[in-house]
Design a protein around this ligand. Structure first.
Ligand SMILES: [Cu+2]
Length: 113
């Protein structure tokens, strides 16, 4: 009888876990963390067009990247060592979005599909 109770409890847990997966909104925010440590890691991310993006730049050592500049988007945000900077936008179409330090020495890219 105790075993049966355990099985039911596990089944209930599984249902909750599955429910959470299904509950995730189809048009949810695409979140990712990019570590800034003498470069951007990961240097490339794949994103879906038409869905909001929230990138967290976790800055360890920004070096010359006093800010992160997104080319062709009129978007830039200052970076500070030891702090996190959140950048939000919605990629409208497929393509590659390049970003980097203001001098384009440290580089990263976003592949929008
Ligand atoms: Cu630079």
């Amino acid at each position: 009888m105790k075993n049966l109770t355990l099985v039911i409890a596990l089944a209930a847990l599984s249902a909750v876990a599955l429910g959470q997966v299904h509950a995730a909104p189809k048009k949810g925010v695409q979140r990712a963390t990019i570590v800034v440590d003498h470069g951007f890691n990961p240097a490339n991310l794949s994103l879906k067009a038409g869905r909001p993006v929230q990138l967290t730049f976790d800055v360890k050592h920004r070096d010359c990247a006093s800010s992160v500049v997104f080319e062709g988007m009129k978007l830039s945000k200052p970076l500070t060592n030891g702090k996190k900077t959140i950048v939000s936008f919605t990629p409208k179409k497929a393509g590659t979005i390049a970003y980097g330090c203001p001098m384009k020495m440290m580089k990263g890219s976003l592949t929008v599909k």
